[in-house]
Design a protein around this ligand. Structure first.
Ligand code: LRH
Ligand code: MN
Length: 424
């Protein structure tokens, strides 16, 4: 499903006058809007292939219809997102949910939709139908060497698929851990996992990165073998210069200060990227910015401060990915909102007067520090994000045109109302 240039043009024409009024008002108020718009135009967020259908919980799944039935249809859906917001120019695949049967054909299809392949994700957390050894008691931590080798071989296979598609990074999230005290020897589990990751690391092409994703709990509920940023950092430091930590916003214990974690990982040059989502309790995988938009802003504030200090390129030096699951929203609408929330938080953080903040911090002027941050956070930057979209050929209001053009209805009539996308 693609929209025509004319349909997007018509949509923008109907909204342009009001948009320009809001943009002019911001241009009056702010000094650096052209620079902010340029940085927004360069910023691309990768869409997870496993979040294009309806998710669910152990209590139920309520599909909305028209879900992609194949990798090809997933690429088409991300292509449509990118057509609307011009900020979703990459797809992150999960193996074996999205095995590219014909890599050349898949690459060509993605190119037609102006999409790149972001990080590849391995899956040693589910037992596949044809699998000989079970991951019930873990994969790379497992006391059984053959099971560890099975997980290593799977990751080597995932790297090969990535090389065939032009990806240059591998995300390893391990569900390994324990559910009860005494079940595991923590040090041996760490050592087994490190040795296994070292064998995967050794197979990385020289221009690749490995992201070690940590998670505090679920599906294990007593310990996780990559349980927090400290453990992930230990692995990344012991593995080598191509290994980094990956911060999934939903993978922290309640009230963790994620912006401080981000600041320190950047300082250590070991922050690799993000899985953006939002949560109120656990790994809820909700729409980005839907629960704690101020935290998202504070994270971007630390990112810009730390990346500027190291002269890093905002758009390309870190992995920007969404990791979400949709139980009650239309998956594509949810992803449109998530990308929008990320762009808004980035734009607000770009408005922070960093020199003023530094001098207020030097004077311990706590009140002024907060004023400087919240002045940026309370600035409605949506016209800047919309202008970046417009000048890249996108839609001024993606959700409105998605609904006005009855995209979901068209997908349901094309694909059926009971189609199920592979993934979570
Ligand atoms: C684990 C996780 C990981 C993915 C999975 C789909 O909770 O965040 O990033 O492999 O979700
Ligand atoms: Mn994740």
């Amino acid at each position: 499903m693609r929209l025509t240039r004319e349909q997007i043009g018509e949509h923008n024409d109907s909204l342009r006058k009001f948009h320009l009024q809001k943009l002019d008002a911001l241009n009056e108020m702010l000094s650096n809007t052209p620079a902010v718009i340029d940085q927004l135009k360069a910023f691309q967020v990768a869409i997870p292939s496993w979040a294009l259908g309806t998710g669910g919980t152990r209590f139920g799944r309520f599909p909305g219809g028209g879900e992609p039935r194949s990798l090809e249809e997933k690429i088409e859906d991300v292509g449509l997102l990118h057509q609307l917001n011009r900020s979703s120019g990459a797809i992150s695949l999960h193996i074996p949910w999205d095995i590219p049967r014909n890599a050349k054909a898949i690459r060509d299809l993605a190119a037609q939709h102006e999409l790149k392949f972001d990080a590849m994700n391995s899956n040693a957390f589910q037992d596949q139908a044809n699998q000989t050894l079970s991951y019930k008691f873990g994969s790379m931590q497992n006391v059984n060497k053959a099971i560890r080798q099975q997980a290593i071989d799977h990751n080597l296979e995932v790297i090969q698929y990535g090389k065939d598609l032009g990806s240059t990074s591998l995300t390893v999230w391990l569900s390994d851990g324990s559910c009860f005290p005494g079940q595991l020897n923590f040090r041996r589990s760490f050592q087994n996992t490190l040795e296994s990751l070292q064998l995967v690391y050794a197979a990385l092409p020289s221009d690749w990165k490995m992201f070690v994703e940590y998670k505090a709990f679920e599906p294990n509920f007593y310990s996780m073998t990559v349980g927090d940023w400290g453990q992930s950092l230990l692995y990344a430091q012991k593995l080598g210069p191509q290994a980094f930590t990956l911060v999934d916003l939903g993978h922290h214990l309640p009230n963790a200060n994620i912006e401080q974690i981000v600041s320190l990982l950047l300082m250590e040059s070991k922050l690799g990227g993000f899985h953006f989502n939002d949560s109120k309790y656990g790994d809820d995988d909700l729409t980005v910015g839907s629960i704690r938009p101020y935290q998202l802003f504070l994270i971007f504030n630390e990112l810009i401060d730390g990346m500027n200090e190291k002269g890093m390129n905002h758009a390309s030096d870190l992995g920007w990915m969404i990791d979400a699951s949709h139980n009650v929203k239309d998956p594509l609408e949810d992803l449109i909102q998530s990308v929008e929330a990320i762009m808004i938080a980035y734009a607000q953080a770009l408005l922070v007067d960093r020199d003023a903040l530094k001098s207020a911090q030097q004077e311990n002027d706590v009140t002024r520090c907060q004023e400087i941050l919240q002045n940026a956070f309370r600035t409605d930057v949506r016209p800047l994000v919309a202008e970046a979209r417009l000048t890249l050929g996108g839609a001024l209001e993606p959700i409105r045109i998605f609904r006005d053009r009855k995209v979901r209805e068209a997908l349901v009539s094309a694909r059926g109302s009971n189609t199920v996308a592979t993934g979570l």
